[in-house]
Design a protein around this ligand. Structure first.
Ligand code: IMP
Ligand code: MG
Length: 177
């Protein structure tokens, strides 16, 4: 298997350290309460499992499947939403877990879907925020992993044409072909 990369942007160790401290922040914020983690598939699945392992509050998990990239490296305007079994989040604390904020459209869409289900509270946890991300119509990021340059990145769940998700670090792929 050859997944060519140009450079590693965030190492496995840096990811693990930051995710542990993010989990500490979440543990403090929801101490004594129950939390539903909603993971936006597929990109956030590795982030979700990394985070969950460090949480010591009661959590339930659920999934939303959104897709805006059609195998390309530039955002598409249309976002597809697929229905999956979803927990009842009415009157519960919900934390949306997202891999990356680029245009912010996916997070805004996931936020709206959850908001309509009337949770007690709705917050967001995002691993990577691109520097040029337009924050105007995007919900606030309550728990943030890293700010990154405006480059296309892969690994730790993020793909290019469904490849690279398995890398345990964040990298800039070599996709010059
Ligand atoms: P947004 O809606 O433009 O913020 O893009 C969000 C979704 O597009 C993310 O949840 C990712 O699945 C995907 N995406 C955005 N930027 C990248 C990237 O640099 N690499 C891989 N996927 C990305
Ligand atoms: Mg995503």
């Amino acid at each position: 298997m050859i997944l060519p990369i140009k450079k590693i942007l965030i190492s496995r160790e840096e990811l693990e350290q930051r995710i542990t401290s993010l989990a500490d922040e979440i543990n403090q914020a929801y101490r004594g309460e129950e939390l539903v983690l909603i993971s936006v598939l597929k990109g956030s699945v590795m982030f979700l499992t990394g985070l969950m392992k460090e949480l010591d509050i009661d959590v339930e998990i659920g999934f939303l499947y959104l897709s805006s990239y059609q195998g390309e490296t530039a955002p598409q305007t249309k976002i597809n939403h697929y229905h999956l079994p979803f927990p009842d989040i009415k009157n519960r604390n919900v934390l949306l877990v997202e891999d990356i904020l680029d245009s912010g459209a996916s997070l805004a869409c996931a936020f709206d879907i959850c908001q309509h289900k009337e949770p007690t509270s709705l917050k967001t946890c995002v691993l990577l925020v691109k520097k040029d991300c337009k924050k105007t119509k995007t919900p606030p990021v309550d728990f943030k992993g890293f700010d990154i340059p405006n480059e296309f990145v892969v690994g730790y769940g993020l793909d290019h044409r469904e490849k690279y998700r398995q890398l345990p670090y964040i990298a800039v792929p070599d996709i010059s072909d």
